[in-house]
Design a protein around this ligand. Structure first.
Ligand code: BG6
Length: 478
């Protein structure tokens, strides 16, 4: 089997609001995630972002544990409202200082930072000012923030990712963005937000190219390959339609600077298309990507949905209970496609299909279409981990999931796909975007519950030791 290259980057990922805590400390002001998660704490009992995994106070210990696992990289995001509490204007010295210390700590251990500029946490001040991503003014403010951060770290950070998971933001927009109740039925706004993000993404790509010597930049895309439910031609075509609207619609922007025709036509016919102003597509073309960072958890499945089905347009459902089968519904676009469960695949407790072949398929397909290097910036298994009375976490299921996905990457590489990095989700347990802290992903257990932050003590799971061996053997000892 092909070996991983010597300089392959092994690490893991997190995002600011999901690990840091210190939500209103040292000058940081609220982000939209502080508001969204406060509400979900009140309504669903999921932890808020106030303390999260308290990484803000534990970062040295966390980086030391990453080094002990052998990480050569760590993908994390910067909290915009920690650096600019009001979104723009005065920089918060203590806020930027936190990231200086974090990055220096990583570099001391020889861990290469992969920095994400935006991971769902818009400064709340910008929502109050003009409703955040709903307004085009956001692009200029994002540029202001990105320019400052990129300039600050241009000599220490080579790899930059711009916006996390635009595709997932479109699907789950009220979770990932604060959307006022009265606007939640206006689905066109999902694509308008996405268009503003395309402009912000392109702007950040240009900044990295202009400011960072040897800098490399790309988006981090939430990506699921889409299989047809059957080999009936209408299902196969539905899967292609779903691919065009859910995947190509982003990839074509990043790598070709265009909106996918079939997807745009569907959106226009249904009054969902974004308003694109003169000059926008030029900016998008200028802000080209050097690589694609892929967040891969699951594959998806689609079937035909005739226009005459009488169904209405709807977006992805979510499983809030952690009981298999309780997903609240599937995305439906009558006349284009309807998503559905794949009967051939087992799922996690939250109904995410477990499919290592899907990663191999995605890598092969994307590489053939766009011929750009790839990295994994998220991949992992959300589970109810149990801390034994002896202080252990036996997460064999996670090891098995990750092992199969590393093998899939290897197989894709054997077919010529260029892969730079593997950063599973997540380095340590953190606040899930949809299910509180009881749904865990980390190699490091964080001792807290949804309603009791306790002391957030760090405990090494079995997967910690497994991953250590994987890294030590450069992916040979799985
Ligand atoms: C990705 C996000 O969509 O999936 C992460 O980039 C997120 O922020 C991860 O945590 C897992 O999803 P969830 O909903 O289980 O937290």
């Amino acid at each position: 089997m092909k070996q991983f290259p010597k300089n392959f980057l092994w690490g893991a990922a997190t995002s600011a609001y999901q690990v840091e805590g210190a939500a209103l400390l040292d000058g940081k002001k609220a982000s939209q995630q502080d508001v969204i998660n406060e509400k979900s704490f009140e309504e669903k009992g999921f932890a808020s972002a106030e303390i999260a995994s308290d990484h803000y106070h534990h970062y040295k210990e966390d980086v030391a544990l990453m080094a002990e696992m052998g990480f050569s990289t760590y993908r994390f995001s910067i909290s915009w409202s920690r650096v600019f509490p009001d979104g723009v204007g005065e920089v918060n010295e203590k806020g930027i200082e936190f990231y200086r210390k974090l990055i220096d700590e990583l570099l001391t251990y020889g861990i290469e930072p992969i920095v994400t500029l935006y991971h769902y946490d818009l400064p709340w001040a910008l929502f109050e000012k003009y409703q955040g991503w709903l307004d085009r003014r956001i692009v200029a403010d994002f540029e202001y923030y990105a320019k400052f951060v990129i300039n600050e770290f241009k000599d220490k950070v080579k790899y930059w990712t711009t916006i996390n998971e635009q595709s997932i933001i479109v699907q789950y927009w009220t979770q990932k963005c604060y959307i006022p109740k009265e606007l939640q039925s206006q689905n066109q706004l999902r694509y308008q937000i996405n268009h503003h993000m395309n402009l912000a993404h392109a702007t950040a790509c240009k900044l990295v190219h202009d400011l960072v010597p040897d800098g490399l930049v790309g988006a981090a895309l939430g990506y699921a390959p889409i299989y047809p439910l059957t080999s009936k031609p209408e299902d196969v075509l539905a899967a292609l339609n779903a691919h065009d609207l859910r995947n190509a619609f982003y990839l074509d922007i990043y790598f070709k600077g265009i909106y996918t025709e079939s997807a745009m036509t569907y959106l226009q016919e249904n009054h969902l298309a974004p308003i694109v102003e003169p000059g926008d597509m030029d900016l998008i073309r200028e802000g080209y990507s050097d690589f694609l960072a892929l967040n891969y958890y699951a594959s998806e499945c689609a079937k035909a949905c005739p226009k005459e089905s009488g169904k209405a347009i709807r977006y992805s459902g979510v499983n809030l209970s952690g009981k298999k089968g309780e997903i609240s519904g599937f995305e439906t676009h009558p006349g284009f496609y309807e998503m559905c469960k794949n009967p051939h695949l087992d799922t996690t407790d939250w109904d995410w299909a477990i499919d290592p072949f899907g990663l191999e398929y995605a890598f092969r397909d994307i590489y053939t279409r766009y011929n750009k290097p790839l990295m994994i910036t998220e991949n992992g298994l959300g589970a109810f981990d149990e801390l034994t009375p002896e202080g252990k976490v036996h997460d064999e299921y996670r090891i098995s999931y990750l092992r199969d996905h590393v093998k899939a990457i290897k197989r894709a590489m054997e077919k010529g796909v260029e892969v730079w990095a593997y950063c599973p989700w997540s380095a340590l347990d953190l606040l899930s975007t949809s299910n509180g802290v009881k749904k865990r992903y980390g190699f490091i257990y964080v001792d807290r519950t949804d309603d009791d932050p306790k002391d957030c003590a760090r405990i090494k799971k079995d997967s910690f030791y497994w991953y250590q061996k994987v890294i030590q053997s450069n992916g040979e000892n799985l």
